[in-house]
Design a protein around this ligand. Structure first.
Ligand code: IMP
Ligand code: MG
Length: 180
């Protein structure tokens, strides 16, 4: 285990089993629909790479990147720093996310993608932290890997200060690691 990690919350094995399970469900849901699988960068990259290989159906891969700017009050403002490369009008769209936290980013992304009139729009998130949800967030995830407690986690794509993304598990960071 990495020295900055206090506890492993989800092992590689647990995540592997969950990805396989979700892959079966999503393959059935999207069979013959050639969905556009939209990954939300950068946190999703590891989950995305495993997830699309767990789906044994044709699909198109695309990515978005959004950044949020936290003002002095708690209203986060979100903007697109990388948009989709393809047209999703009339297409079945599946968003893949690393974590559903306050919900601000997914709310923003779904509002935006819905303006492009996809045939359907669903969300699959690896992690959900329901205790953190912000008031006014109405978006819901259709598929969730794991519901986790209100702890800051890293690994399997998730970072703190752009570190720890390549850890193969999801772990809770030691408080000392924040303070460094
Ligand atoms: P939101 O608060 O639901 O909009 O989540 C925004 C983004 O914050 C997520 O996509 C993650 O990249 C990041 N994030 C939220 N919670 C955590 C965490 O516990 N560890 C690392 N990144 C997180
Ligand atoms: Mg992040």
């Amino acid at each position: 285990m990495h020295r900055d990690i206090e506890k492993i919350l989800l092992t590689e094995e647990q995540i592997r089993a969950k990805v396989a399970e979700l892959g079966k469900v999503l393959s059935e849901e999207y069979r013959d629909k050639n969905p556009v699988v939209v990954g939300v960068l950068k946190g999703v990259v590891i989950f995305y790479a495993y997830m699309v290989r767990a789906m044994d159906i044709p699909c198109q891969m695309d990515f978005m990147c959004v950044s949020s700017y936290q003002g002095t009050n708690s209203t986060g403002r979100t903007q697109i720093s990388k948009d989709l490369s393809c047209d999703i009008a009339g297409r079945h769209v599946l968003i893949l996310e690393d974590i559903f936290d306050t919900g601000n980013s997914l709310q923003f992304i779904t509002n935006y993608l819905n303006t492009k009139q996809p045939a359907s729009l669903k969300i699959c998130t690896l992690l959900d932290k329901p205790e953190r949800r912000k008031e006014g967030v109405t978006v819901k995830c259709d598929y969730t890997g794991f519901t986790i407690p209100n702890e800051f986690v890293v690994g399997y794509g998730l970072d703190f200060d752009e570190k720890y993304r390549n850890l193969p598990y999801v772990g809770i960071l030691k408080p000392e690691a924040y303070q460094k």
